[in-house]
Design a protein around this ligand. Structure first.
Ligand SMILES: O=c1ccn([C@@H]2O[C@H](COP(=O)(O)O)[C@@H](O)[C@H]2O)c(=O)[nH]1
Ligand SMILES: O=P(O)(O)OP(=O)(O)O
Ligand SMILES: [Mg+2]
Length: 213
């Protein structure tokens, strides 16, 4: 019997590639980095939500009555992995303003590269929502795996992971740990270095977003 492996999709729309190149550049400052990271997140969510269910609704135009389509009220939520994931939230909310937002705070131990969870605050009905977990970087995959564990523990069952830059190591690790979770990235990079940073990547996304370091 074949084992299900989560889908991994690179969303390589020309605008996404162009904007990603801007934030990879080490000379791009905090202000532009923030703006463009959110723009990429917005474009990615536009692509990913093509399968949102629609239903018929009757609407009165100035010319008369017509039956048209509307979103079928699917409940959505965006879940940033702090801090860096915060840099994608506004972009997602630009397109899905009614989405709830749940936060998972996590930092990576610089030596072991293991994630440490320090904060979780979720909407109460997380188990009924379709979730977009956002983090700019999927490196070893440890943070994403722990975040998905935390969400499943709270009853969530329908989630997608949306990252800007993925490393092959992280994609494999998430697919192995959570084969039910599809992953979307703006780019699949070459590898991780010995410090767990993605090569060529864009550096530490949290530091670049918030001007720390
Ligand atoms: O090049 C990188 C690699 C990682 N990060 C930060 O680490 C986590 C993800 O790392 P995992 O090893 O996948 O747990 C991510 O949240 C980033 O904040 C980075 O910024 N740049
Ligand atoms: O994963 P980290 O340690 O880089 O955390 P942050 O997103 O706060 O920079
Ligand atoms: Mg960081």
């Amino acid at each position: 019997m074949a084992l299900k492996v989560g889908k991994f999709t690179v969303l390589n729309h020309p605008l996404i590639q162009h904007k990603l190149t801007i934030i990879r550049n080490k000379n791009t400052g905090t202000k532009v980095f923030r703006e463009v990271a959110n723009e990429i997140a917005e474009l990615m969510v536009y692509e990913i939500t093509r399968d949102l269910p629609l239903e018929d609704v009757v609407v009165n135009t100035p010319m008369g009555k017509t039956t048209q389509k509307t979103l079928s009220g699917k409940k959505l939520a965006v879940i940033p992995i702090l801090r860096a994931g915060l840099g994608m939230v506004d972009g997602v909310l630009e397109l899905i303003p009614a989405a709830k937002v749940g936060h998972i705070g996590m930092y990576r131990d610089e030596k072991t590269l293991k994630p440490h969870e320090y904060f979780v605050k979720m909407p109460t009905d997380i188990d009924q929502r379709n979730l977009f977990i956002v983090d700019p970087m999927l490196a070893t995959g440890g943070s994403a795996i722990m975040a998905i564990d935390a969400l499943k523990k709270r009853g969530a069952s329908n989630m997608r992971l949306v990252v800007l830059v993925a490393a092959p190591e992280g994609v494999r690790a998430v697919q192995e740990a959570h084969p039910d979770v599809d992953i979307y990235a703006a780019a699949l990079d070459e590898k991780l270095n010995e410090d767990g940073y993605i090569i060529p990547g864009l550096g530490d996304a949290g530091d670049r977003l918030f001007g720390t370091k």
